[in-house]
Design a protein around this ligand. Structure first.
Ligand SMILES: Cc1ncc(COP(=O)(O)O)c(C=O)c1O
Length: 360
């Protein structure tokens, strides 16, 4: 089977540190969970980084520290994995879906501005498949209305705009380290910020609500244990060192796919501005008249793993039934996109030949 993605990590790369952790018995709150956030800060340039167990817990923590809850609205990009809206629902607020660009797949500025009400308390901008295109325009609107901007950068570690890495753009940025991402710790996540007030609050929230004092803890708030264990932090540190090279290689793979597939009518996800896109996924709009589900199932018969792009949040059954607010472009992308396998040694020509056989 040609897999969709292969993790960029081997056991040999972590063996020594894993052995050391087992020998020391320090499985949490040790050297590596101190080091991994330091490395994340060094890599991204962000001032503060805190680890979590997933992007979902990272996003929830952000909403909680902003005191978002019942009666509030949070505007969220419509084309995303449902976790982007679930976290809003989970804190008791209402997700308001903003439609996305058919080119970049990201939130449209005019859609955001149209949806702001006096109940809006924050905006969650999703970097679709790691692409941060359009976030600067969204940030300008958030500043105009004094709304905190949370970047759901679950897929976007390593991407940058004009040389500035994701992690420094929004007020709060959340990464995922799930195995479908370019850096994986099995499960895991992080919140990054350059805002001192948010940083202090994150530190407390993510430590059971406590700060350390001489001889003990003071519990200033209620909080969580979303800590990432030591073994997982080792995995993160190792992969961070290779990330820029991985991103360069994935961009080459995408170019090779584009050369063959665009003449056949496939349209790739676009970037706008001076962007390095980490290509977390290679996603194409399928040619007019072709069904993405048909292409995906026929590729599976050929032992090639492919999947849809992602979901239209407003069109997921739960949100459709509850809010009845389907977004046109989000739904079009949900129904007409396909994600193709991507890693360094992928046989692009082989995959494309199978696709040609299916569609021609
Ligand atoms: C855009 C987006 N946000 C949030 C998540 C949730 O990430 P996690 O699995 O780390 O909670 C995902 C997962 O795929 C995602 O793609």
């Amino acid at each position: 089977m040609i897999r969709l993605i292969k993790p960029y990590i081997s056991f040999e790369e972590v063996e020594i540190e894993f052995k050391q952790i087992f020998e020391s018995g320090i499985f949490t709150k040790g050297e590596y969970s101190r080091l991994f956030p330091e490395e994340l800060k060094r890599y991204t340039g962000a001032k503060h980084a805190y680890l979590t167990t997933s992007a979902t817990t990272a996003l929830t923590t952000c909403l909680k520290l902003l005191h978002i809850g019942s009666g509030d609205e949070v505007i969220v990009s419509d084309f995303s994995f449902p976790a982007s809206a679930n976290v809003i629902e989970d804190v008791g607020a209402r997700p308001v879906f903003a439609d996305v660009s058919l080119d970049t797949f990201n939130m449209l500025p005019e859609e955001l501005e149209r949806k702001i009400t006096n109940k809006t308390k924050a905006v969650i901008f999703v970097d679709a498949f790691g692409n941060p295109s359009g976030i600067l325009e969204i940030k300008t609107i958030c500043q105009k209305y004094n709304l905190p901007l949370i970047e759901d950068a679950a897929c976007a570690i390593g991407s940058s705009i004009d040389g500035i890495k994701v992690g420094n753009i929004a007020d709060l940025t959340c990464f995922s380290f799930h195995p479908r991402k370019l850096l994986t710790t099995g499960e895991g996540g992080a919140v990054l910020t350059n805002n001192e007030e948010y940083a202090q609050k994150l530190q407390v929230k993510l430590n059971h609500g406590a700060i350390a004092r001489e001889g003990g803890l003071d519990f200033l708030d209620y909080g969580y244990n979303y800590r990432l264990p030591e073994l997982q932090c080792v995995m993160g540190i190792v992969q961070l060192k290779k990330l820029d090279e991985i991103i360069r290689a994935r961009n080459e793979v995408k170019n090779r796919y584009c050369k063959i597939l665009e003449p056949l009518g496939f349209i790739s996800q676009k970037v706008s501005g001076i962007i390095i896109h980490n290509i977390q996924s290679i996603v194409f709009k399928v040619p007019a008249g072709q069904g993405s589900s048909d292409i995906i199932s026929r590729l599976k018969e050929e032992n090639i793993e492919a999947t849809i792009g992602t979901y239209s949040l407003s069109y997921c059954k739960y949100y459709r039934d509850k809010y009845n607010d389907a977004q046109r472009n989000g739904k079009l992308l949900f129904e007409n996109t396909v994600t193709l396998p991507c890693y360094e040694d992928i046989e692009v020509e082989n995959v494309c030949n199978k696709i040609k056989k299916i569609i021609l």
